[in-house]
Design a protein around this ligand. Sequence first.
Ligand SMILES: Cc1cc2nc3c(=O)[nH]c(=O)nc-3n(C[C@H](O)[C@H](O)[C@H](O)COP(=O)(O)O)c2cc1C
Length: 393
Amino acid sequence: MLNGKRILIGIGGGIAVYKVAELARMLSKAGADVHCVMTRSACEFVAPLTFEALTGNQVFTELFDLTSEREMGHIALARQADALIIAPATASLLARIAHGIADDLLTTIMQVCDKPVLLAPAMNTSMWESEATRRNMTTLKQRGMQTVGPAKGELACGEQGPGRLAEIHAIYSALLPLITAQKFHGQRWVINAGPTVESWDTVRILSNRASGKLGAMLADLAAIRGANVSFIAGPGTPGTHPLVKRLDVESAKDMLAVCEREAAGAEIFIGTAAVSDFRFADPHDGKLKRGNTSTMHIELAANPDIIAHVATMNARPGKVIAFAAESSNHLEHAKAKLLRKQVDAIVANDVSNMGSDSASGWWICCNEEQLMKTGTKLEFAEQVINHIMEMHT
Ligand SMILES: Cc1cc2nc3c(=O)[nH]c(=O)nc-3n(C[C@H](O)[C@H](O)[C@H](O)COP(=O)(O)O)c2cc1C
């Protein structure tokens, strides 16, 4: 998502500057063309050379610098960026930007900037909670600037409270929607993922090897593109983007109840969860004793078919997409499933994808199949999203 994007990081003079070096590196590694502007105070904490080495681009510090101004004027710096991150956004920077004071290179850039801005404030708790900073933040938000953090915790001054720079991952996550076309804005998407877990007794369970990775990536991609995503996650499913509404469940019955509630009237439902076909007919409280038997017969009861249920319920989502993990005759089985479950499309894939970091398969819609490119789960998830976009428009 960051490939080819030009990100300008405006670095203020706070103790957290050293963390921003990691952010610059992370963005560069993700394919962004990262440029940095440092205030004079920021240069007191970390030398510009650090950011130059990490990004491979010249770092700008001075407004009145003839060479910099000739090669890349302050107006161009603002205009050529796809988005700006101000980190750490010091109390002083927030005040100057809020009041239109353009007394150095960074604040002058902010005066001409018409691109999305992400503010990552970091300061002592008293500075953060001061009347002046609160008013400045209100002004900046009203102007459409986005914010991330500050986080709570121990501050460099030894005090506890809100004021820490948001985690680098959180800043990175918050940037993604700002540089991505909001194609799904206003849509409600519901995605389930991961395994389900059926309890036999207090300690023993029936489950499967699904990791929930692909479902989590689909949830992230949809949310970053503006969808309002409910993500119903079985145990062990990876973390999701902060914009995703995550609902953790255990058993198939729990998952059905939450899916039914969330999917009613949604635009899109994607069922990636590996739902246990059966549950224990007679689960026990406490731990069952092994006993002396050499064999044991356990009775299982069929679980509800969540996808088929969602696809046929009264307030059916606009489009229902199922996943079918098969070990043989993939297309034949998946096509039969598409008809039987009355879904709009099905992603047929091999059981070997389960738990792995790569994926391959077919997109089957209206009984026609398209081979999807083998790739990482993220690349595969992007292909699924593109197919859904084609089908839904
Ligand atoms: C050791 C030290 C740490 C500082 N840390 C912060 C900080 O985390 N946040 C903040 O808003 N100001 C902090 N300041 C104060 C700013 O450096 C000061 O307000 C400066 O004028 C900010 O300049 P700038 O906004 O142009 O970068 C710190 C100052 C010192 C001496």
